[in-house]
Design a protein around this ligand. Structure first.
Ligand code: ZN
Length: 117
């Protein structure tokens, strides 16, 4: 059984249901973090991706629970985004389980907002 950390309850994020093509950006600084092509339905209630945009996230190991987990965050502002697990789909086998409130969605064709500091 998986133990998910979150400041929100499962399925509370509208982004979990977002099916349109577009880009998921950091809610704090607007850096693009995930492409909708890499989003999938994990059944967890959190927006989940099997691959981030190259260089967009950094990781660290978090020991808040009994076993270590890999935390990931925006590489630009350091804002916590979620945890990465090894039970994702091919080709990466990774599951980036994201806190929905830490992301914003920009539909394909719309201009991305300017980066914030
Ligand atoms: Zn950021």
């Amino acid at each position: 059984m998986l133990f998910e950390e979150g400041t929100e309850r499962a399925s509370s994020s509208p982004l979990n249901e977002e099916k349109r093509a577009g880009t998921y950006i950091c809610a704090a600084c607007n850096q693009p973090l995930f492409d909708s092509a890499h989003k999938y339905e994990s059944g967890t209630g959190w927006p989940s991706f099997w691959q981030p945009i190259a260089g967009a996230v950094g990781t660290s190991t978090d020991f808040k629970l009994i076993y270590p987990r890999t935390e990931y965050h925006c590489s630009r502002c350091g804002g916590h985004q979620g945890h990465v697990f090894n039970d994702g789909p091919k080709p990466t086998g990774k599951r980036y389980c994201n806190n929905g409130v830490a992301l914003a969605f920009v539909v394909q064709g719309a201009s991305l907002p300017a980066l914030r500091t």
